[in-house]
Design a protein around this ligand. Sequence first.
Ligand code: IPE
Ligand code: IPE
Ligand code: MG
Length: 244
Amino acid sequence: MDTYNEELGMRVPEHIAIILDGNGRWAKKRLMPRNYGHMQGSKAVELVCEEAYNIGVKYLTVYAFSTENWQRPSDEVQAIMKLLRNYLKDCIKTTSKNNMKVRILGDKAGLDDDIREQIDKLEKESSKNTGLNFQIAINYGSRDEMVRAMRRMSADIASGIIKESDITEETFSSYLDTRGIPDPDMIIRTSGEQRLSNFLMWQSAYSEFYFPEVLWPDFNRKELVKAIEAYNKRDRRYGKVKEK
Ligand code: IPE
Ligand code: IPE
Ligand code: MG
């Protein structure tokens, strides 16, 4: 459910999901290595978390590393994983102060042991927090998420935990990484690209899409407010006829 921000005079979506794109191009424009762009991009994530929460967003999800991103040169993959390690470490320290509840979406089994341990610690320690619900998609692909869900669901049917007739949209949703998290009201993809690249395909059935030209490391409060402004102009009908 949207909330209303008096100061901005706008409805604020409950859940915003962002495909962080354009780090490489941002760095290239500055004649810097791509990894420098990823570093600046991770700083923008921290800032946007804070701003989103101040504006009244309850759930923020960011797409940080896809199941396809392993195909990038290994030094770039390693640099991103290093940034992630640092980010998780900092996050464990800061969540008790900023009251953020962090969850990781994606196949954790494909990550290094130490990263997985950090994730478990972070999720556990922040689970009781009541501030921003912050989801980070790492080694995430929507198709992979659905296949993993199907496998677990099949195993539960085989062992009699659920019956075939129990399979509904709600049950299926409860097997996804996003269980318990409302569907995103708005999906933002920076850098002008207009595709999902395997992000939240089930969950985005009725999301509003917004594609600003800004490259991710330059995304800030002003850009976020512009996105929410665009959201306010949308008419969400969910297949129905608009009520007068
Ligand atoms: C997004 O920036 C970050 C990740 C996918 C990890 P990119 O690295 O895709 O930046 P561009 O698209 O090459 O500019
Ligand atoms: C999508 O960005 C994945 C993330 C932002 C993590 P990419 O830059 O990898 O997507 P494509 O290759 O342009 O579709
Ligand atoms: Mg990209």
